[in-house]
Design a protein around this ligand. Structure first.
Ligand code: IPM
Ligand code: MG
Length: 375
């Protein structure tokens, strides 16, 4: 028997976070009505908002709420208010990295799907976008983000002019099991999609990449020989993504390469405001748009809520196994775009002025098309 109640931990975070979270809650309300499921919500603090309220970017209460939930829905964190290069000061990003680590969310799935209606919003010519449909599988709890790092003072030869000064380092480190499990996620995803995996590394330079390549190939030979596997160096991938993006089906890569390549790939879809993500591990999963907190437009009601709503779609699919509801949401979003409605980040020269909408109106349009409008 399927569930009739799902409990969601909401982390609105900073900047435009609260605005797009409100749209997600609205849409989930409509989906709940239509599909006979009750969604309950508990808000918790993360990032800058948490620093302001408690001094910590990831309060204990937030971790407790996240662990207790069926899924976590995170909007965005960060902003100039908390920007600092002082290693002793808390940063919002530590909250995000901390919760990813604490929940064991090693697999970050970022689908890059082109909405036909948005072709004109991409910076690439339409002929280059033909057939673009890829899934970036980013390793999320290892690599440069979590390796040893430090800043040391009084290091001989480190200062300008050669005297004593500061030295800083970050370490890219991977263990076999970390590579194997993310490669498995990628191969399994490829089996359900186009049957092809590009494993992206920098094996011509980095030792961690050479281990990456060996482990990926070993697993491939042992269990996934039916999937096509191609190695690609990360600098080449950066180029191929804009040269011929349709060649990619599943792209699997380490944490920081995945961070950079997914921002790049988002522009194929017209806007970073369209890129959703799911972070999966062995327990509670977390869903978040790939964009940031956009402090420059926070509070203005103009943020695009669609990446957040597409993240809700992923939550319905991966955590709640509500495929019908996910399909309904996906087609509601598609319909709204086909009808020409645009937030300003996805507008183009052909957008009618009367079809330019803000955050709330965009959420309303999607909700209406789900057929259960709540006032
Ligand atoms: C992302 C973001 C984060 C990351 C930042 C905010 C720490 O850029 O989710 O892609 O680098 O992982
Ligand atoms: Mg990023």
């Amino acid at each position: 028997m399927s569930h009739t109640n799902y409990h969601i931990c909401l982390l609105p975070g900073d900047g435009i976070g609260p605005e797009i979270t409100a749209e997600a809650v609205k849409v989930l309300g409509a989906l709940g009505d239509r599909f006979g499921v009750a969604f309950t919500f508990e808000e918790a603090l993360l990032g800058g908002a948490a620093i302001d309220a408690t001094g910590s970017p990831l309060p204990e209460a937030t971790l407790t709420a996240a662990h207790a939930a069926d899924a976590v829905l995170l909007a965005a964190i960060g902003g100039p208010k908390w920007d600092t290069t002082d290693p002793a000061k808390p940063r919002p990003e530590q909250g995000l990295l901390g919760i990813r680590k604490a929940l064991g969310l090693y697999a970050n799935l970022r689908p890059v799907k082109l909405f036909r209606a948005l072709e004109g919003a991409s910076s690439l010519k339409p002929e280059y976008l033909e057939g673009v449909d890829m899934l970036i599988v980013r390793e999320l709890t290892g690599g440069l983000y979590f390796g040893a790092r430090a800043r040391e003072t009084g290091v001989a030869g480190a200062a300008t002019g050669g005297g004593e000064g500061m030295r800083a380092y970050d370490t890219m480190e991977y263990r076999e099991f970390e590579i194997e499990r993310i490669a498995r996620t990628a191969f399994e995803a490829a089996r359900k999609r186009g049957g092809k995996v590009h494993s992206v590394d920098k094996a011509n330079v980095l030792e961690s990449s050479r281990l990456w390549r060996e482990v990926v190939h070993r697993l491939h030979a042992a269990e996934f020989a039916d999937v096509e596997l191609l190695d690609q160096l990360v600098d080449n991938t950066a180029m191929q993504l804009i040269r011929w993006p349709a060649q990619f089906d599943v792209v699997v890569t380490e944490n920081m390469f995945g961070d950079i390549l997914s921002d790049e790939a988002s522009m194929l879809t017209g806007s970073l405001g369209m890129l959703a993500s799911a972070s999966l591990g062995d327990g509670t999963a977390l869903y978040e748009p790939s964009h940031g907190s956009a402090p420059d437009i926070a509070g203005q009601g103009v943020a695009n809520p669609l990446a957040m709503l597409l993240s809700v779609e992923m939550m319905l699919r991966y955590s709640f196994d509500m495929q019908d509801a996910a399909d309904a949401l996906a087609s509601a979003i598609e319909d709204v775009l086909v009808e020409g409605w645009r937030t300003r980040d996805i507008a183009d020269a052909d957008t009618l002025p009367q079809k330019m909408v803000g955050t709330v109106a965009m959420g309303d349009l999607v909700t209406e098309r789900l057929g259960a409008v709540k006032q």
